[in-house]
Write a protein that binds this ligand. Sequence first.
Ligand code: SF4
Length: 182
Amino acid sequence: MGNVLAFRSKDFLKWADNVLEGILRRSPIGTGVDLITKDFFNWATRNSIYPLHFGIMCCALEMAVASAPRFDAQRFGVIYRSTPRQCDVLLVNGPVSKKLKPALRRLYDQMPGPKWVIAMGECAISGGPFYNSYSVVPGVDQFIPVDIYIPGCPARPEALIDGFIKLQKIIKDNKKGLLTGK
Ligand code: SF4
């Protein structure tokens, strides 16, 4: 009885993961479940993009405008969240200083997978006007893998929405089952 009570939630998750690994993921059951659910989960993922609400400089204003009524990014299922735990897209805009770099990397690490990164504007792509500055990282892809680059100084809201549509296409093209990863 004591042993059962001492079965902590961490141990339970480990046990459950092992069971899933053995019974579902490596057997025809997992393949079958993925075959049935793969399209649905992929459709849901690409139509519910939750970017982290994180803006550094002027491009952040364009990011905000993209969600305002005129451009209405929500019609594509794009809803900003303020915690990395609820996000699947890290949308970087503005120059990343060397001092900010570890904090941004930490935010990326805190996001659950599958996750993607968008570099919006010249500053995020290459440092922009601050390229070769002693204090600015010359592009966010120096320390985080980037999936979509949106050029411009600033990048316009239409360009950002186009970037979201391109990301949806990437998600669709890389369709994978949740259990088998195939
Ligand atoms: S790319 Fe241009 S508009 Fe965007 S943050 Fe940098 S300087 Fe500002």
